[in-house]
Design a protein around this ligand. Structure first.
Ligand SMILES: [Zn+2]
Length: 403
């Protein structure tokens, strides 16, 4: 009898130990290349969403694991072109460490992966549970944005949630306004014009949590902040990359006639804020290339700037370098997006559009937070965001509009 029970339980264990991949949740993305049940090896590539940008983001749930046993996750580049004949380089989908969650809430980096000669990254991961979540980086999906704004609004009775727009897919793009509309200083912070750059939203979360804390009380008293946690909600929801979408992505859509309702709505609001009150600071949050540090893209014309404009941009980067110091220091010099070749295209980037439609005292910058490091956890990104908040507070302690 005992023997039969033992055999039966063996059978049950074997039957449960079939690896299965799920992506049927917000931000889910993986195309299974192969599963080897015997060696517990799963090979994936980011699934291609036709016309919806770079296939680099991946996020999946793996079921049927045996607790305590290791398995192998292999990640290769999507081999079909994402636009015309261009296939995305593998490095964009191969972070040093894969990100792991047992509870779907807290995320840890795996041990660093190893890259084979044929550009397949392999991560060896001990199974901490029968089902675990695996992702390119700590995810931030529309449900996280909703929860974040709910928490902030509950903490600050003066905060006012708003719907920036409904996307082309009918999803709400949510924002929050903190502070009196007529406040002395006006600030706009937004993230995720590129959906794969979940780290941008993680920095945004750290920023807004700091902004809602007691440390920011003085800043809140004389500032009106508009904050958007996810701009490209449609692609973030389906796990598409967004960057280089057809015909253009969100951060190339700041034209006279935007194709994305949320970009058009942001333009209207920013114009309105600037006309009525003057916009002091615009910050767009992104993740850069695999080998990049933490840095700001500054204005192309920075070297030729004079007067109040030159002073403010210089002062911002100096203050930011002193304020954003952990887990990595921000580069104390601006970078410039010189890979964007034409004036016309530069004008369609949000930072350029804001510069062209605001005043000499306004600064408009892009924070690019590196992602390819085990330091870039939810907490790590959060510290960058808190540093950004401290930089903003210091910056606005002197009136940027003074001559
Ligand atoms: Zn970006």
């Amino acid at each position: 009898m005992i023997q039969r029970l033992f055999l039966l339980s063996l059978f049950v264990i074997t039957a449960q130990a079939e690896l299965r991949v799920r992506t049927d949740f917000e931000g889910g993305n993986a195309e299974v290349v192969k599963i080897d049940q015997a060696t517990k090896t799963l090979r994936i590539m980011p699934a291609l969403h036709e016309g919806r940008g770079w296939p680099c983001w991946w996020s999946l749930k793996l079921e049927g694991l045996t607790v305590g046993e290791a398995f192998t996750l292999e990640v290769q580049a999507q081999n079909k072109p994402y636009r015309d004949k261009t296939v995305l380089a593998a490095s964009w989908c191969q972070p040093k460490c894969a990100w792991i969650s047992v509870d779907g809430e807290t995320w840890q980096p795996s041990a660093p992966g190893t890259l084979s000669a044929d550009k397949v990254m392999s991560y060896t991961i001990p199974a901490g549970a029968a089902q675990i979540s695996l992702a390119w980086g700590p995810p931030f999906v529309p449900a996280d944005a909703d929860k974040l704004l709910t928490d902030i609004a509950a903490k600050l009775p003066e905060a006012k949630r708003f719907e920036l727009a409904k996307t082309r897919g009918g999803r709400p793009v949510q924002g929050i306004r903190i502070g009196n509309e007529n406040a002395a200083h006006q600030v706009w912070v937004g993230s995720r014009q590129h959906a794969w750059e979940a780290g941008g939203s993680q920095v945004g979360r750290g920023f807004i949590q700091w902004y809602a804390s007691d440390a920011a009380r003085a800043l809140r008293a004389n500032t009106c902040l508009h904050f958007i946690p996810i701009m490209d909600v449609d692609n973030a929801a389906i796990g598409a990359g967004g960057k280089d979408a057809v015909p253009r992505d969100h951060n190339r859509d700041w034209a006279a006639e935007p194709i994305y309702p949320e970009v058009a709505a942001a333009q209207r609001m920013i114009r309105d804020i600037h006309t009525k009150h003057g916009l002091d600071v615009f910050i767009d949050l992104h993740n850069p290339a695999p080998k990049d540090p933490v840095f700001f893209f500054g204005p192309f014309a920075f070297e030729r700037m004079t007067g109040v404009q030159q002073r403010n941009y210089q002062r911002w980067i100096d203050i930011a370098a002193a304020s954003i110091v952990e887990p990595l220091k921000v580069d104390p010099k601006y970078h410039f997006a010189n890979y964007v070749k034409t004036e016309e295209e530069r004008g369609r980037m949000s930072s350029g559009w804001v510069r062209a439609n605001t005043g000499a005292a306004t600064i408009s910058v892009t924070l690019e937070t590196c992602w390819n490091s085990p330091l870039m956890s939810v907490e790590g990104y959060g510290k960058i965001g808190a540093g950004l908040g401290r930089a903003l507070m210091t910056y606005l302690q002197e009136n940027p509009r003074r001559e």
